[in-house]
Design a protein around this ligand. Structure first.
Ligand code: AMP
Ligand code: GLY
Length: 430
């Protein structure tokens, strides 16, 4: 099988790496990829958000499967174009990807499907926003109702800051969703679907804030680990029966079946599980940790999701090892990152036993790897315990040099030390 992976980031590098390990995958291509992906597979400098360009490339390559990494190509209708061209695609249609692209739409689907989530109100004016903020009270949660790469959400105790974020979204021509604050730790669960059947991956936890101790602004994600030994053994079953299957059924019922991966972002609150958000794609950097543990060959599973045959696959198999992914981000991320800086020590890091490096925002400049985005790379460590995996990941990271680079030092720390997720949610007010 020949697979084309779309996207430029760390998640895509993890997908490429897992596909290369699948004995049934003969060839992997990527577009546009990054410096690390280009070391592993041929890359193609096309606009991955352009449905016609992607379809043409997939045809030229004779791809048996196209795997869409990020949300932008989904929202641009790349999956629709591939389906029209008869090319199997892992990733939902534009209509189904609304589950991520519009938070208001996701709330409607959850209401129709009876899925537990935060109470919320859509606001289009400063007045409506103020009213909703006062209804729910502090901590305030204000979300840009559109794609914002995980950075459109403000969680704060400061009413003026909450109002200001809403105003900024209105000025940009958008609306916001104001919602009740969810206490409790967060879990990311990726559920594969072919539009009917659901197959869960192993749960992971992401670290959204830029600084240690969950301080500072939200980012796309600064690190992740899996498995989560502290979650109830019944959690995955509960998410499938109360969230994933009802949502997949509701989408099918609406005539917009969802095939691909439904990323269920959950808060385990004192009143039970609540959905924080859906994404229509794998999470980044959770995928880097989760796929490091998947021993079932990935290509066949993604193809089954694309072709509607997920009910026929064997149960997924997992390594008993733990995985920790630690992100190295650029100076000034998540604001405007400083890019174009040399990244050194990549080979030394990869020589650490049990560690591998997945590139995110990197490119080659005169044959040298330089930073090219906010999140530059992740070092993934595998170990017999979470603590071992942490030590391995940080040992790898310590060998990498990037001027101004930012990395959290506490990824998976609480879970490794105590076996539980200590403290507030990853998105607790700074
Ligand atoms: P979202 O883009 O909806 O995933 O939000 C990004 C992050 O903001 C989440 O991962 C949480 O850390 C935080 N967050 C979002 N909604 C809430 C909420 N209702 N209560 C508490 N934290 C939230
Ligand atoms: N790690 C969060 C996300 O992918 O949206």
């Amino acid at each position: 099988m020949k697979v084309l992976v779309l996207g430029p980031g760390g998640r895509e590098h993890a997908l490429v790496r897992a596909l290369l390990a699948d004995p049934f995958v003969r060839e992997v291509h990527a577009a546009p990829g990054n410096a690390g992906i280009a070391e592993d597979v041929p890359t193609h400098a096309i606009d991955a958000n352009d449905p016609a360009a992607v379809t043409a490339l997939a045809r030229t390559l004779g791809a048996d499967l196209v795997v869409i990494g990020p949300e932008a190509p989904l929202a641009a209708g790349v999956a629709d174009a591939l389906i029209d061209a008869g090319i199997p695609v892992f990733g939902p249609t534009r209509a189904a990807a609304q589950l991520e692209a519009s938070k208001a739409f996701a709330k409607q689907v959850m209401a129709a499907a009876g899925v537990p989530t935060a109470m919320a109100r859509v606001a289009a004016t400063d007045e409506e926003a103020s009213e909703a903020l006062c209804t729910f009270g502090a901590p305030y949660v204000v979300k840009d109702d559109g794609l914002a790469a995980g950075k459109g959400v403000v969680v704060t105790d400061d009413l003026d800051a909450a109002r200001a974020h809403a105003s900024a979204c209105f000025s940009a021509g958008g609306t916001v969703v104001v919602e009740e604050y969810l206490d409790g730790p967060e879990v990311s669960l990726f559920v594969l679907s072919d539009g009917r059947t659901v197959v869960p991956l192993a749960p992971a936890q992401d670290f959204k804030r830029i600084h240690d101790g969950d301080q500072g602004p939200n980012t796309g994600g600064m690190g992740a680990y899996s498995p989560l030994e502290w979650v109830p053994a019944t959690l995955v079953e509960e998410v499938l029966s109360r969230v994933a299957q009802p949502v997949i059924d509701e989408m099918a019922h609406r005539g917009t079946p969802f095939a691909g991966v439904l990323y269920v972002g959950l808060a385990l609150t004192s009143r039970g599980l609540r959905v924080i958000e859906f994404n229509a794609r794998f999470g980044d950097p959770e995928t880097q940790a989760v796929l490091a543990r998947l021993t079932t060959p990935l290509g066949g599973v993604l193809l089954a999701a694309a072709k509607g045959t997920l009910d026929q696959i064997d149960p997924l198999m997992w390594s008993p090892q733990a995985a920790v992914a630690v992100v190295l981000a650029s100076e000034n991320y998540p604001d405007t990152p400083v890019t174009g800086r040399r990244v050194r020590g990549l080979k030394k890091a990869a020589r650490v036993d049990g560690a591998h490096v997945l590139h995110a925002g990197t490119r080659l400049d005169d044959g040298k790897v330089v930073s090219a985005g906010g999140r530059v790379l992740a070092v993934v460590g595998l170990g017999d315990s979470l603590e071992d995996a942490r030590v391995t990941a940080y040992e790898g990271l310590s060998r990498i040099e990037l001027e101004g680079g930012q990395a959290r030092t506490d990824i998976a720390l609480a879970a490794a030390r105590t076996g539980v997720a200590v403290g507030g949610p990853a998105g607790a007010p700074a």
